[in-house]
Design a binder for this molecule. Sequence first.
Ligand SMILES: [Zn+2]
Length: 309
Amino acid sequence: MKRRMIFITTLIVVMVLAIGCGNSNKVVDNGKYNVVATTTLAGDLVKSIAGEHVNVQTLMGPGVDPHLYKASAGDVKLMQGANMVVYNGLHLEGKMGDIFDNLKNSDKLIVAASDDIQEENLIDFVTNPGNYDPHIWFDVSLWKQAAKSVAEGLKKLDSENSEAYDANLEKYLEELDRLDEYIRDRASELPEDKRILVTAHDAFNYFGNAYGFEVKGLQGISTDSEAGTSDVRELANFIVEKEIKAIFVESSVPRKSIEALQEAVKAQGFQVEIGGELYSDSTGDADTDAETYIGTFTSNIDTIVDALK
Ligand SMILES: [Zn+2]
């Protein structure tokens, strides 16, 4: 009798596995759905809302530049096999557009953090009309909208845990409100004419709009094209003219471009410090305070205000 029970149980397990392998929408590990996120920021957003209820895998590690990231064959397989894929969108993952299109055609649940952000809140590219700046996480109010979109996606995927996702979302939105308040408090320590942020690439326009900073990036919105010598000269002139105390390197962009800018300023007889490293398009390293979106942003605003004060 006992052997028969074991046999039947084994048969059921094998059948469930077989069905699972046949239909990617039913694949679960440890009884949980599998969600794949592209960037560390998207991954952190999913983890913040999902808690322990889903398995989250993130394709890009800390410090990886999403503009230039090319998905490996393994990444594509991972996304194809996942129950849900979460990405930033607005062409942040500039080399992965075709992959997302294919995934959408395969009727997989796929959520872009930027999906439900109202067009009027997006920053238009001056140089490329009709395209929007993808660095939405640098305005906490926009990231709150992204959190809501991810929560909706998770509820669609896993309606059994809907209440948990709603509760986690509510808690997370409160944490984001506190973060927003902290950023405003710290920014207010700087007189208005000192709120000028010079960084390696144009990742901080939403930050500038939301928190009252004038923002200059050496490279454009994407890191795809390198800054030319005229860009460096122009920005060096600006720094000298405004007597800017510090400029910033970014964790996902090689520091040599900002060092070249520092040299160009020096050539004009003015000293500008490198004020520290900002996390632009990814979170900080795992097991550091900057491992999360909230930690990343807290570190950034502290670095910026401390260096410009
Ligand atoms: Zn960027």
